[in-house]
Ligand binder design. Structure first.
Ligand code: FAD
Length: 518
């Protein structure tokens, strides 16, 4: 019942939205696109999937979907629309794997470009001193992992879930537990091929068309469609030592996290999560982790407490096990976690990186994957995170039963690429706090979409009122004023880039940043 009804509810939301597109003109533009000679094809039928995303809250049907086979299909199509001028009334959204949360990859009564059709473009791995792989913008990260591993290599920076496309994550940032050392995924790109909002195909990097390069990285798809990317690689380890420990004090937890990310020789991945009012926590862990001290672990009781879990990994190859264990032991000695809560596991590198997929399969089986996901992702300056935690964990949120809350710091002073479009707090160290909620109930109550959205709003209101100077990650706003505030001093540059690369504001309408020609 949930799967059938939630989209209906969501459609109501869609109907309440003011739509300015004159439909007849858009239909005419689509008809004229049908005269183009393409390597792929344009479809006006069976396009319901393009009105869906992982968020499952907004559903905006397009008029047509382009399934491009080549970059020229994309450039011809966009050029054609661009040359029709602002009267074409057709907006264009690139759709990666559709794992957006609020319709960002949708185009209401417009055109959606199915980027995964480009996937067939060959992946090319280059070894050498600075190894890299060239991939299509519609490639899934999981496929890149498997391909590069054939050469003993892998990308350095990941997202927690790998069934996302290169174009989709690079349009945001791509952040996970490796970001403190390597920066987000956008910091590990050598070169891009982009189709601009004028239909030009441009290659860009730090040395060539660098303004476009920086603009597109974290640019929410506003300046061009990423059709190829050159991603930097490193030697891949075979194994991963995966460790979890618990804290009852937020200040000790964050002190240890910040200590670990400040070291040169440290773990390869540092994340963390908040647990509020959960029972039998450590028993759940036992299916995949081993307690260092089983007896002490069995005495630990998580009931009712607010706890903070620090999660770390160390990569290694089987012949380095002893040295790795010694390193890990030394690093753990410097931490102040609750001793009885040290849990460890050793898994393959692929198993670790693909961990969320395994959980997603379990949720799918229970019908709990395709529910609405009112997620909220915040970037919080280090100096404000304690104030945030005091008010939110245990007060605004009385438990974590709606889904996990991730929390971990990154240090942007180590990032190498200059000013991209990705907006972060001003301080070098800031925390990613991700409320990954699922609305599993239709009726009112704790697990309902309405309740979770209200809770998210309370969190945002608190941040604003307390002037915490947070930024949203995977941002969602409905007015240009809010976008302006989001970009702050970088708004002007963002607008300049828009008028340079997509002056008719054709691209990525789902973000609702620019509604009209500039
Ligand atoms: P889509 O949803 O298809 O598109 C996202 C945006 O990018 C849209 O605006 C779209 O128009 C634009 N776009 C898509 N392809 C292109 C292209 N080729 N060129 C230009 N613009 C394009 N994010 C993290 O940073 N770290 C995480 O650990 C993480 N974990 C996640 C786990 C799950 C289960 C989910 C659902 C999301 C997660 N995300 C994470 C968020 C994710 O990175 C973004 O939602 C991302 O945009 C999804 O990629 P996609 O291919 O599905 O993009």
């Amino acid at each position: 019942a949930l799967l059938v009804c939630m989209p209906q509810k969501a459609n109501l939301w869609c109907c309440n939205t003011t739509v300015t597109t004159p439909i007849t003109q858009a239909h005419e533009t689509i008809s004229s696109l049908q005269t183009l000679v393409l390597d792929g094809y344009l479809s006006k039928e069976d396009n319901e999937h393009a009105a869906k995303d992982f968020g499952n809250i907004y559903h905006f049907p397009p008029l047509a979907v382009l399934y491009p086979k080549t970059v020229y299909d994309i450039s011809r199509t966009i050029k054609h629309i661009y040359e029709m001028g602002s009267g074409s009334e057709l907006k264009v959204a690139a759709r990666g794997h559709g794992h957006s949360l609020q319709g960002q990859a949708q185009s209401h009564q417009g055109l959606v470009i199915n980027m995964e059709s480009l996937q067939g473009t060959e992946m090319k791995v280059h070894s050498g001193e600075f190894p890299y792989v060239d991939v299509s913008g519609g490639e899934l990260w999981i496929n890149i992992l498997h391909e590069t591993l054939k050469y003993g290599l892998a990308p350095k920076s990941w997202t927690d879930y790998l069934y996302l496309t290169v174009g989709g994550t690079l349009s945001n940032a791509g952040i996970s537990g490796q970001a403190f050392r390597h920066g987000p995924q956008i910091n590990n790109i050598y070169q891009l091929q982009v189709v601009t909002g004028k239909g030009e195909v441009l290659t860009c990097s730090e040395n060539q068309n660098s303004d476009l390069f920086r603009g597109v990285l974290g640019g929410l798809g506003q300046f061009g469609i990423i059709t190829r990317a050159r991603i930097s690689l490193e030697p891949a380890p075979m194994m991963v030592k995966w460790i979890r420990v618990l804290y009852s004090e937020f200040s000790t937890f964050t002190r240890d996290q910040e200590y670990l990310i400040s070291l040169e020789n440290t773990f390869d991945y540092v994340e963390g999560f908040v647990i509020i009012n959960r029972t039998g926590l450590l028993n759940n862990w036992r299916s995949s982790f081993n307690p260092k001290d089983p007896f002490q672990a069995s005495q630990f009781n998580s009931d009712g407490k607010t706890l903070y879990c620090l999660e770390m990994t160390k990569y290694f190859n089987p012949d380095e096990t002893e040295a790795m264990n010694q390193d890990v032991e030394n690093m753990l000695l410097a931490l102040s976690y609750i001793p009885s809560t040290l849990f460890q596991s050793e898994v393959s590198y692929v198993e670790f990186l693909d961990r969320v997929h395994i959980s997603s399969m379990k949720l799918r089986e229970k019908g709990l994957w395709e529910v609405p996901h009112p997620w909220l992702n915040l970037l919080i300056p280090r100096s404000k995170v304690h104030h945030f935690a005091r008010e939110v964990f245990g007060k605004i949120l009385s438990d974590t039963s709606n889904g996990p809350i991730l929390i971990y710091p990154v240090n942007q002073s180590r990032w190498i690429i200059g000013e991209t479009s990705f907006v972060t707090p001003e301080e070098d160290v800031f925390y990613l706090v991700a409320f990954l909620s699922s609305a599993i109930s239709l009726s009112k109550g704790k697990h309902s979409l309405e309740n979770i959205l209200t809770q998210n709003k309370r969190i945002l209101d608190f941040c604003n009122n307390a002037q915490l100077e947070i930024k949203q990650y995977l941002p969602f706003y409905s007015s240009q004023e809010e976008w302006k505030a989001h970009f702050g001093r970088r708004w002007e540059l963002f607008v300049q880039r828009k008028s340079r690369y997509d002056p008719l504001a054709l691209l990525a309408p789902g973000h609702k940043i620019f509604q009209k020609t500039l």
